[in-house]
Design a protein around this ligand. Structure first.
Ligand SMILES: N[C@@H](CCC(=O)N[C@@H](CS)C(=O)NCC(=O)O)C(=O)O
Length: 262
């Protein structure tokens, strides 16, 4: 049976975990294709993504493009890939035959949730509840974009970058903390894709702790150094969700390196 949704990406990737967790919770048929980050330069970026052999490169040279963000050097992206995914990023989502493309990990996750028979993952088909979930996903993307830049520049920090990251972190977590002081989940009393996105992106950000020495050597402190004390509801939520069956295979090892889970 053809899958409902296909994703092409480097792996493992917390942005893909958003869709994988949603698919597990919502029983959606999701296919993920990809390879280690460094190896994606040797792949044809396409709905029918495949690893290139040395003899393929000459034939594929019209697809050779300069990488834009997070990769170095050239990447092989087909015209069809860029038509369906104009920003040319991964994760890249597709419908079953590749005739539709979805990009941005939050939107790919939304597509997975829309396929689910469990509508509570995305606001019970209620336009206002769905839009409230979207509000959190938008706030989450602003945070995620900021930490993407921070992570890519972590070896050469400067005050401007550091201040921007600190303020994006405090702004996002302040809102999440308040939402979690009112309800058990970010939106209401059931898990939704707002929670899934929160867990995957915050986990990725907290891996700045792996770079503590490097950050300190540049004269800065870990931005998340007081996370557990300053944002107790968010910490509790992150811990609780990462232990759930649908999350733990992806997240537990990854998170345990940087926060206390049990
Ligand atoms: N906000 C996007 C970020 C995606 C993104 O920036 N992906 C980068 C890798 S981290 C990419 O595909 N770059 C392609 C390139 O360098 O051309 C998401 O959540 O999907």
């Amino acid at each position: 049976m053809a899958e409902d949704i296909r994703i092409f990406s480097y792996l493992p990737n917390p942005r893909v975990w958003k869709s994988l967790i949603t698919a597990k919770l919502g029983n959606v048929n999701l296919k993920v294709i990809g390879d280690k980050p460094m190896s994606l330069a040797n792949w044809l970026w396409d709905f029918d993504a495949q690893e290139l052999t040395s003899s393929d490169f000459e034939e594929m040279k019209s697809y050779k493009r300069k990488s834009k963000r997070g990769f170095k050097g050239a990447l092989y992206k087909t015209d069809r890939f860029l038509e369906k995914n104009p920003f040319g990023t991964v994760p890249a989502g597709f419908n079953f035959d590749g005739s539709e493309g979805v990009f941005e990990s939050n939107s790919i996750m939304r597509a997975v949730a829309r396929f689910s028979d469990d509508s509570s993952l995305y606001g019970d088909k209620d336009p206002f509840k769905q839009s409230r979930i979207d509000s959190f996903l938008d706030a989450n993307l602003v945070f995620a974009r900021e930490f993407q830049v921070y992570t890519l520049e972590i070896d050469s920090l400067n005050d401007y970058l550091y201040k921007r990251m600190t303020s994006a972190y405090l702004f996002y977590l302040d809102g999440i903390e308040r939402a979690l002081s009112i309800n058990e989940f970010i939106v209401g009393d059931k898990i939704s894709i707002a929670d899934i996105s929160f867990v995957c992106d915050l986990a990725q950000f907290l891996r700045e702790r792996d770079k503590k020495e490097n950050i300190n050597q540049q004269g800065y402190e870990l931005i998340s150094r007081n996370f557990e004390k300053e944002f107790p509801n968010s910490y509790f939520h992150l811990k609780t969700l990462s232990k759930l069956e649908e999350f733990r295979d992806f997240l537990l090892n990854y998170l345990e390196k940087v926060i206390k889970i049990s």
